[in-house]
Design a protein. Structure first.
Length: 366
C-alpha cells in the first residue's frame, strides 16, 4: 500500500450522501471496491455493478467530481482525480415490529447509511488526523505565546520606569504643600496701604469738591422759580374766582333739571323688555298660532307688533294686538320658500323691543 502524506496544497473535493436506505454492511461491499482508485475507473465500476447501492454511489461520485471542477477549472475530467477516502457510517435506524404467535412481536430494524467520498488530485493525499490537528494547534499556541512575550518586554521596561515618575510627582506635591502663601489683604487695607490709592482718591475728590462749590447756584434758581410759580398761581386763582362767581348762583337749578331729566330717561329705558317664550304651534286649519308670554316690565306697555319676512326680505308688520292678548293666528299661503317671524313689545313712549326670531318653511300671511 502506498504511503500517504498530508499535502496542504492538494485539491480536495467532498460529497456526502445522507440517510440512504441501505444497510452499512451492504454499502461497504461496494465502497471498498472504489477506494484508492482513479475517479474515472470508479465511475465505470459503479456503472456496471449489480448492487442496488451502486447507482446512488455513482451519483455521489459524479457530484464529487463536479465539486472538484468547480474549485479548480483546470481539471478536465475525472481521470485527473483519485478517490482518496470513502467512508460508510451508520445512519438512522427505524424500528418496526412483526406480529407473531401468542401475541408476541418480532423486532425489525430498518437501517440506513451515510456515505462520504473525498477526491484529490494527489494520489497519496490523506486528511489530517485529530491527534495531528491537536499538535498543530499546540504549536501555534506556543508560537503566539512567544510572540506575546517578546512584545511584552518593552512594555515591562516602560512600566518599570513609571514608579520613578510617580515618586517625582509625589515629591513635587509635598514641596507644593510646604509652600506658604501670604494672606490676601482686605479691601480696606489695600486701599490704605497701596501707593496709587491716594492719587485716585485725590482725583476723585476734585470733581466732588467742584460739584459742592457749584451746587448753590442751581439751588437758588430752583427756589426763585418756585416763588414765581406760586405768585402766578395765586393771581390766576383770584381772577378765576371773580369771573365765575355769578355763574355759580345760576348753575344749581340748571344742574338739577339736567339730573332730573337724566334720571327720568334712565328709569324709562330700564323698563323696556321684550316678550318671552315666543313660539309657533300648528292650529289644524292650515296655519300656525303664535304664542308668547308678557315681559316683566308691563308699565307703559301698550301692545305687541307682529311682523313677517318672506325669503329673507324686509319685515312687514302684519298686525298689532293689545297688551292683554298673548297669541295670534296666521295662515299659510303656500309651501314654497320660508317665512321669518318677529314679535315686538310696544311701549307708550314709542319704544319697540324685539323678541327672539325664528323661521318656518312656507309662506304665511294674515
Amino acid at each position: 500500500m502506498p504511503k500517504t502524506t498530508f499535502n496542504p496544497d492538494a485539491l480536495v473535493a467532498r460529497a456526502v450522501l445522507k440517510e440512504t436506505r441501505t444497510t452499512p454492511q451492504k454499502a461497504r461491499r461496494v465502497v471498498n471496491i472504489i477506494r484508492g482508485v482513479r475517479a474515472d475507473t470508479a465511475l465505470t465500476t459503479l456503472k456496471f455493478a449489480n448492487q442496488e447501492i451502486a447507482g446512488e454511489l455513482y451519483t455521489l461520485l459524479a457530484s464529487a467530481v463536479a465539486n472538484a471542477k468547480q474549485k479548480n477549472p483546470a481539471i478536465r475530467d475525472a481521470s485527473e482525480l483519485w478517490v482518496t477516502e470513502a467512508l460508510v457510517d451508520e445512519g438512522v435506524t427505524m424500528k418496526r415490529y412483526r406480529p407473531r404467535a401468542q401475541g408476541r412481536g418480532y423486532q425489525i430494524l430498518k437501517r440506513s447509511s451515510q456515505i462520504s467520498v473525498v477526491l484529490s488530485d494527489d494520489k497519496n493525499y490523506r486528511p489530517i488526523s485529530k491527534a495531528e490537528a491537536r499538535k498543530l494547534a499546540k504549536a501555534a499556541a506556543e508560537s503566539s505565546a512567544v510572540a506575546e512575550e517578546v512584545s511584552e518586554k518593552p512594555a515591562k521596561k516602560a512600566a518599570a520606569k513609571r514608579p520613578a515618575t510617580k515618586k517625582v510627582a509625589a515629591a513635587t506635591k509635598v514641596d507644593a504643600a510646604k509652600i506658604q502663601i501670604p494672606p490676601v489683604p482686605s479691601r480696606s487695607t489695600a486701599a490704605v496701604t497701596s501707593t496709587p490709592a491716594p492719587v485716585k482718591a485725590a482725583a476723585a475728590s476734585t470733581p466732588s469738591a467742584a460739584v459742592k462749590k457749584s451746587s448753590p447756584t442751581p439751588l437758588i434758581l430752583v427756589v426763585v422759580g418756585i416763588v414765581v410759580l406760586a405768585i402766578f398761581a395765586l393771581s390766576n386763582k383770584s381772577s378765576d374766582n371773580a369771573a365765575t362767581s355769578p355763574k355759580a348762583s345760576e348753575s344749581p337749578s340748571a344742574s338739577a333739571s339736567v339730573s332730573a331729566s337724566a334720571s327720568s330717561s334712565s328709569a324709562t329705558l330700564a323698563a323696556h323688555e321684550a316678550p318671552m317664550s315666543f313660539v309657533a304651534i300648528n292650529n289644524g286649519n292650515g296655519g300656525v298660532t303664535l304664542r308668547w308670554k308678557a315681559p316683566s316690565a308691563v308699565d307703559g306697555l301698550t301692545g305687541y307688533s307682529v311682523s313677517v319676512s318672506y325669503n329673507a326680505k324686509d319685515f312687514t308688520e302684519v298686525s298689532t294686538v293689545a297688551a292683554d292678548v298673548l297669541s295670534f293666528d296666521i295662515a299659510m299661503a303656500s309651501d314654497e320658500g320660508g317665512t321669518q317671524f318677529l314679535l315686538q313689545s310696544v311701549y307708550s313712549d314709542g319704544t319697540k323691543v324685539d323678541a327672539k326670531k325664528f323661521s318656518l318653511k312656507g309662506k304665511y300671511h294674515n
